[in-house]
Design a protein around this ligand. Sequence first.
Ligand code: NDP
Length: 340
Amino acid sequence: MATQNQQICMVARPQGLPKLTDFKAATAPMTVPGEGEVLVRTIYLSLDPYMRGRMSEAKSYVSATGIGDMMPGGVVGEVAVSNTAGLAVGDFVEGYLGWQTHATVKADHLRKIDPTLAPISTAVGVLGMPGLTAYFGLLEVASAKAGDTVVVTAAAGAVGAVVGQIAKLKDCRVVGIAGSDEKVDYITGELRFDAGINYKTTDDLDVALRAACPDGIDVHFDNVGGPIADAIMRRLNPFARVAICGVISQYNATADEPAPHIYRHILVNRVRVQGFIVFDFAARHAEAYAALGQWVSNGDIKHKEHIVVGLENAPQAFMGLFDGQNFGKLLVRVGDDPTR
Ligand code: NDP
């Protein structure tokens, strides 16, 4: 077994889009697990847009990563050394362990994964944080119900693809907005969304939305914010619900952009707009894991992964989230996956 732990740290706060020089590889000795702890070998590191927020000092719902600190992140790994009765060597676990090859961590900070249910990587994807986000954002925050027209942005991504598929299972009309023809073909073909719009090639998003949503929009699951969200706002029906999940178009902004004033649309249509964070529903995660697990094992929800190999390639892959280079849940394979 390796004795040195490889990490990737943030060495500068990005101004705008992150650059490779904002990150640096570091080495730290591995620590021996104390009582109640395990040493986890990282197999998959999840790369997620929220990490851009952690790199910034702007006010948020959690504190910023310090300069020189390891980048934070969700991990699926294998227990390499155990000093607790609850986990054995060879067990697969998921936890918030950061951009590193190994982590010594208390066992009660980990979720044990059953590798017979689904590929272990899904524990940071459709059967992990992004799946939970889709589930609670759509069904609780946006109160989606049969007959609603649901529009979801970043629709081929980790969260968006699950949102659209749950909405289809709930008998909604689903329209996805994504950044390439390949992604639009995927959501309308394999995932059976009713319509898709490539926002990068559409001349007029208002016209495209009118065609795709002839009866208006009842639910907007917003992953991107910015001008796309503004256009969707103009097509909302009375009593529509907007779940603000993410605003990825703004994460690298260095100044506030001028935007349309949306209050009038909210008022005249009596729209409910609510931001949310997946952890708001922590007390109910078990319910969502059960529902998502059932849908995945039945084949009702499909998932796609975009896997980059090697921890050293994490910064470049992370940067690609901001121009749509990932097609599916973005993961880094840091170590061998014995289940594949
Ligand atoms: P994705 O897998 O969807 O990857 C991000 C995608 O965003 C890219 O592939 C790209 O797709 C799209 N994108 C990037 N820049 C822009 C832009 N300027 N305008 C429009 N689209 C853009 O990521 P996730 O599914 O993990 O996350 C989606 C959103 O959900 C993010 O905003 C994230 O912060 C948020 N989120 C919120 C959570 C919460 O608790 N509130 C929890 C998890 C995620 P394309 O090619 O289509 O442009």
